[in-house]
Every structure is written in structure tokens, then in C-alpha cells.
Design a protein around this ligand. Structure first.
Ligand code: HAM
Length: 427
């Protein structure tokens, strides 16, 4: 048993850590609900073909990072490396694009990429994704960026940088690619090996290289920006203007091409210096051709995904604090114990956090536990009380002095409700 370990790049999330995860998720989900975005859940396991066609064969994700295997039915299956392709497939397959072309959707869950694990980078990680399907106006680009920005803001995360770029449409990129390829052939030797290998597979990704020598050489390369049509230029200016109106600060990064092939026009990333080398907490962009390319109707779309592990690293310590216990039920003796169970069920109907002590330990030990949990109030049921059909209830604090106690009969729900309203819910 000692040799059994989790796989490299995967982690156990333990109860203490999950308090922060749950607090963060609660804030995120509230924000999504306020923006009228609906949830979608797609399978974690998909046909490998979906990602090859959706994300692109030349991308690192597809060519190097996928968890792919042949199942017992001899089908090639892949653990999803991201959510956008699956959402597009689900919408096409369920006929959701013909009658309800406009969809605002979110999803949250594990994704899998065979990358080299390091701080903020895992092989099983979690994403919150949002996709606006059927929207093509610049307003939807702005709304999606503002949504990502506000989710991070609601969590109190500061010092974020929004980087934006435009990748134009397919025509713009083809025009650029012709002259970029010519330049790459001539300047091949100034590039790092990885970038040289990309020339035939995915030349656009070379722009995103982190290699200093390559970055230096690229300064003299043709720029995609100069190959944009008038329309694409206008769209991009409009995006920048709208972000300025909303006072969302941005930086233009002409080398931001993203790691997935489906992007058109707007591409963006939100980074934080506090994250170290894996600085991107959110990445997204427009993908107007993906759904058609996957066999669906021509449907423009835009979305983003936030890496939850990185979000948790950035979120403040105050979110690590669990919700306080409202009532701790101290009980001892046979009759008392069964009455205590009954009472705890009744109390939980008031949406109170009720901790029922099941230890059978001495009263003083149970008091200590209530103290440790900083319970707002306690109920005490000993055999004496139980025989009389009563329990003691009172507010509780560190000193546990001067808090007036009340004795309430198990039958007297009205009195109990009054006490709860006056002492716990009214505060
Ligand atoms: P992505 O940039 O590949 O985009 O991933 C989005 C975010 O997921 C990253 O910014 C990062 O925070 C997190 N992430 C990615 N890989 C890892 C990893 N190995 N460990 C920890 N976190 C990671 C997408 O996945 C697109 N589907 C986003 C999108 C939605 N575009 C349009 N709609």
C-alpha cells in the first residue's frame, strides 16, 4: 500500500484546502448567475478526433500533451485538455444552434495536459470556462473581457495585467502567413530549434516564443497587424475604445497568438506577476470559424477560461476561513444523544451550520471543541434535561461568561424559532 501514490502532476485537494476552493467557487458562481450565464456539463472523455479537428494538429496541446488511449472498443479516446471544443460539439450535436443561436454558457471541471509539472502547472488542473455562442459584435468581446476582469476583481485580486491582440480573420492570416513564411525561410538560422520545427507545423506560434534570441530576431519580421483588412482594423480599434470607456486597462501584445488554433480577431490573456513563471490566470478569444469547421452552422463565438489552481493561488487568505459554526450541540447520555440528533435535523432547516458532537466524550471536552470551532452558540443536553424533555441554549464566546441561558422544551418549536431569530439570524 505504501507504494501507491497519485500520478505526477495530479494533486489531492484536502478538506482544509477545499474551504478556499469552495469560497472562491461560490463567489464565481454568484457572479456568473448575476450575468445570466447558464451551466453546461460535457463529458471529460471525448473522441480524440474532436480535439485534433477543434484545437489543431500542429498545436502543442494536441501534438504533445494529450492523454490519449485506445478503449476496449478500439476507439481512440482523450481526456479533455480544454472545454471549448467539447462545448462546440455538444451544441452542434444537440441541435442547439438552429433554434437558439444565442447561448451564454459556463463550465467548470478538470482538464488534462501532459505538461512538465511546476508551481501553477499540473497535468490534471481545473478550469472555469465561459463561452458566448452566436455573438459577433464587438460588444460581446468587451462583455466577455469585462466578465473575466470582474470575476477576478470580485475575488479581490489586484495587480492584474490584461493583454490583448487581434489575429484578424482567416484571409488576413493567410496573407500574413505567406510573407511570414518567406521571412522565416530566410531567417531560419536566427531562430531557436523549437521555433525552427514550428515553421512547417504551426508558424504563427513562433510569434509567441519565449526564447530571447528568437524574440530579438522577430523584431524585424513582418507583423500580422499590417496585414489586417480595413474591417478587422476597425473591429480592433472599436474593442480598444470600448475597453477604455469601461476603464479596463489593457496592454497591446502583438505577439499574443495563444496556443490553440481556433482563434480569430480578439485574443486576450490576463496575467499576474504574483504567479511566477506560469503567470497567465485567464486566456481567451474569439473563434468565429470553429463551429462551422466542426460541421455546425456558421456561428461566431467568443470565450475564456480561468485556471482555478492559479486563481486559488491569487485569491486572498480571508477566503481560507471556514464558515463559523452557528450552534454546537453538547450532549451526553443515551436519551440525550438521540434527542440531540433529532434537534440537529430540526435546526439545519433554518439554514444554520449545526455541529452535533458524536464523541460521547466528557462535557468539558465537548465545551473545548465548541470553543475551538468558535461556535456562536451552544445547546447542552444532559440526562437531567433529557428526562424533563428540555435543552439549554445560549450564546457562546471565548470567556463563556455572562451569556444568559434559556431552557426550551423539545416540543416548543415556537420558542426555539424565536431564540434563533433573536440571537442568530438577526445578527
Ligand atoms: P488556455 O490558455 O489553454 O485556454 O487555458 C486557459 C487557462 O487554463 C490558462 O490561462 C491557465 O490559467 C489554465 N491552465 C492551462 N494549462 C494549465 C496547466 N497545465 N496547469 C494549470 N493551469 C493551466 C483554453 O483552454 C481555452 N479553451 C480558453 C477559451 C475558452 N478560449 C475561448 N473560449
Amino acid at each position: 500500500m505504501n507504494n501507491l501514490k497519485n500520478l505526477r502532476g495530479t494533486v489531492d485537494l484536502l478538506p482544509d484546502q477545499l474551504i478556499k476552493w469552495q469560497n472562491v467557487e461560490k463567489i464565481v458562481l454568484e457572479q456568473l448567475a448575476r450575468a445570466s450565464i447558464n451551466e453546461i456539463r460535457t463529458p471529460i472523455l471525448e473522441m480524440t478526433e474532436l480535439f485534433i479537428r477543434g484545437i489543431g494538429e500542429g498545436t502543442d496541446v494536441v501534438s504533445k500533451e494529450m492523454y490519449t488511449f485506445i478503449d476496449r472498443g478500439k476507439r481512440s479516446c482523450t481526456l479533455r485538455p480544454e472545454g471549448t471544443a467539447s462545448v462546440a460539439r455538444a451544441l452542434i450535436q444537440n441541435g442547439m444552434l438552429s433554434n437558439h443561436p444565442l447561448q451564454k454558457l459556463w463550465y467548470m471541471g478538470p482538464m488534462f495536459r501532459y505538461e512538465r509539472p511546476q508551481a501553477g502547472r499540473q497535468r490534471q488542473f481545473h478550469q472555469l470556462g465561459v463561452e458566448f455562442i452566436g455573438y459577433d459584435s464587438v460588444r460581446s468581446d468587451v462583455e466577455i473581457i469585462a466578465l473575466a476582469w470582474d470575476i477576478l476583481g470580485k475575488l479581490g485580486i489586484k495587480e492584474l495585467n490584461l493583454e490583448i491582440n487581434t489575429l484578424g480573420d482567416l484571409n488576413d492570416r493567410l496573407n500574413f502567413q505567406k510573407s511570414f513564411l518567406k521571412w522565416l525561410e530566410i531567417n531560419k538560422n536566427s531562430l531557436d530549434l523549437d521555433s525552427q520545427n514550428r515553421i512547417s507545423k504551426n508558424p504563427l506560434r513562433i510569434l509567441d516564443s519565449k526564447n530571447i534570441q528568437t524574440q530579438k530576431a522577430l523584431k524585424n519580421a513582418p507583423r500580422l497587424f499590417n496585414f489586417l483588412s480595413e474591417k478587422s482594423h476597425k473591429r480592433y480599434s472599436n474593442l480598444k475604445r470600448n475597453l477604455e470607456v469601461l476603464k479596463i486597462p489593457y496592454v497591446e501584445n502583438f505577439n499574443l497568438v495563444r496556443g490553440l488554433d481556433y482563434y480569430t480577431h480578439t485574443a486576450f490573456e490576463i496575467t499576474s506577476g504574483a504567479l511566477g513563471s506560469q503567470a497567465t490566470v485567464c486566456g481567451g478569444g474569439r473563434y468565429d470559424d470553429l463551429i462551422k469547421q466542426m460541421g455546425g452552422p456558421n456561428t461566431p463565438a467568443i470565450g475564456f477560461a480561468i485556471g482555478l489552481e492559479r486563481l486559488i493561488l491569487l485569491a486572498g487568505k480571508e477566503l481560507e476561513i471556514p464558515r463559523n459554526t452557528d450552534i454546537y450541540i453538547i450532549n451526553q447520555g443515551l436519551i440525550a444523544e438521540s434527542l440531540a440528533i433529532d434537534l440537529s435535523r430540526k435546526l439545519r432547516n433554518y439554514d444554520l451550520l449545526v455541529e452535533l458532537d458524536l464523541s460521547g466524550a466528557s462535557f468539558s471536552k465537548q465545551f473545548k471543541k465548541a470553543n475551538k470551532l468558535k461556535s456562536k452558540s451552544i445547546i447542552v443536553i444532559g440526562d437531567d434535561e433529557a428526562v424533563k424533555g428540555e435543552f439549554i441554549i445560549r450564546l457562546f464566546d471565548q470567556s463563556d461568561k455572562g451569556n444568559e441561558e434559556e431552557v426550551i422544551s423539545f416540543e416548543n418549536d415556537i420558542e426555539l424559532e424565536k431564540w434563533i431569530n433573536n440571537n442568530l439570524l438577526a445578527k
